[in-house]
Design a protein around this ligand. Structure first.
Ligand code: SAH
Ligand code: SF4
Length: 426
């Protein structure tokens, strides 16, 4: 009998990368592999890497180094690096020289290259046709586009993922219909700038929203320069579109926003955010903030702090700027020392921490519609789910509620989740 071949895929970085890995695993299934949970069990190891920040890259260096021993013990082991980090020629060269035991170093085009590398002879499906092997039972990430045309000056994504390409609405709608039929009703549409989806993002949302049944469609990331008020009006009226808007601001200083090439001003951003809050009072507004962009002064940083206070984000992903080779900002003077940037960063964390805490407290006493996805996050005795605002909600209930929508009255706020009690169970 032929030996079962086992594959281990480790993913770094963003949800897009996780979605790519689900496709990689889906392809490997068609080529006769099964998925395993540790590199030690595997005949094939794939690391799908991230290049957005230096610390993601450092983790890859460390973890690849460890594989040398596995390869030494099992020379037949195949190890492949792919993804955004290895799409950069200087990185690919570096890996080749430093880790000669790697079998292949490919970039973001892994789905077309993989069968050749592992010697598969069968006719294999195109990337569009591969059915991903999805994590989780009731959720799904659905890429609607790839690449980015924006060239924010700090960002490596357009260099490693290339220009924007949208999937056709028909393919996306078909996929979503299939997911709903599988009872995956927590669906996240992915793109670097979903608002510039072609032919039209709002049209796409409209079509999805009118599919039968109850489900939640969220999307990420919305770019403030392209997110229009009409979209917010539409969400306010929609049945199934999430009341969560992730709207990365990056900075509250007009001078820095300009240097970042973000395409909007502080005032325009605030107007959009306030419009969203007024039209959709239950909205959860989250953001990304970048601290220590080259040339940023403490005055600029204070503008970011004041914007953060003024808007009151429900939560924020905060990052210290890290220089990315090939980007425009890599050539900008960057005189502020790292310790100083770290100080600013901690100041921001403190301010945002207080705001997030307050924002979670405001849900206490309210009833939220929650899609139950599994075991409690705060306590395994509870169940967990996601509210229409994308917030994690834990509550007591029986296992048959998994995969169903329920109403939960919120009794307690944790720093990152809510806890409540089941009210009506429709
Ligand atoms: N397309 C999305 C975000 C992509 S990257 C958008 O436009 O918002 C995710 C986040 O990583 C960014 O929002 C930014 O805050 C952060 N990021 C990107 N490049 C970075 C860099 N060079 N250093 C630190 N953080 C960075
Ligand atoms: Fe990077 Fe800007 Fe594109 Fe987002 S919009 S991926 S931050 S270049």
């Amino acid at each position: 009998m032929e030996k079962i071949r086992k594959a281990y895929v480790r993913t770094y970085g963003c949800k897009q990368n996780f979605a790519d890995s689900e496709k990689i695993m889906g392809l490997l299934l068609t080529l006769g592999y099964i998925a395993v949970k540790t590199p030690e069990e595997a005949d094939l190891i794939i690391f799908n890497t991230c290049a957005v920040r230096e610390n993601a890259e450092q983790r890859v260096f460390g973890n690849v180094g460890v594989l040398k021993k596995l390869k030494g013990d099992n020379p037949g082991l195949v190890i492949i690096l792919c993804g955004c980090m290895t799409q950069q020629p200087h990185m690919a060269e570096y890996f080749k020289a430093k880790f000669p035991f790697l079998n292949a170093i490919i970039g973001t085009n892994i789905l077309t290259a993989l069968p050749g590398i592992i010697g598969a002879e069968a006719v294999f499906p195109s990337a569009e046709e591969i059915k991903p092997l999805r994590e989780g039972e009731f959720s799904a990430n659905v890429p609607i586009m790839n690449g980015c045309d924006n060239f924010c000056t700090y960002c490596v994504v357009p260099l490693v993922r290339g220009r924007e390409v949208s999937r056709t609405p028909e393919k996306i709608i078909d996929e979503i219909k299939g997911l709903i039929a599988e009872n995956r009703r927590d669906i996240l549409l992915l793109g670097q700038n979903v608002n510039s989806y072609k032919p039209d993002f709002m049209e796409l949302l409209h079509e999805i929203d009118s599919l039968d049944g109850e489900f939640t469609i969220s999307y990420m990331t919305s770019h403030p320069k392209d997110c229009k008020k009409e979209l917010i009006d539409f969400i306010a009226e929609s049945r199934n579109i999430s009341r969560h808007l992730h709207l990365p601001v990056q900075s509250g200083s007009n001078r820095i926003l300009e240097l970042m090439n973000r395409g909007y001003t502080r005032e325009q951003y605030i107007e959009l955010a306030e419009y969203a809050k007024s039209k959709i009072p239950e909205i959860s507004l989250t953001t990304d903030i970048l601290v220590g962009f080259p040339g940023e002064t403490y005055e600029d940083f204070k503008d970011t702090l004041s914007l953060t206070e003024e808007i009151g984000f429900d939560s924020a992903y905060t990052f210290i700027y890290s220089k990315r080779e090939g980007t425009a900002a890599a050539n900008f003077a960057d005189p502020v020392p790292p310790e100083e940037k770290s100080k600013w960063f901690r100041e921001l964390l403190e301010v945002q921490g207080r705001i997030s805490e307050r924002s979670y407290l405001k849900h206490i006493g309210k009833s939220l519609r929650v899609f139950c996805t599994g075991e409690g996050r705060s306590n395994p005795e509870l169940l967990t789910g996601k509210s229409k605002q994308g917030i994690i909600v834990d509550f007591a209930g029986s296992d048959e509620l998994r995969g169903k929508f329920v109403d939960v009255k919120i009794t307690k706020a944790l720093p990152w989740a809510l806890v409540g009690q089941l009210t009506v169970n429709k």
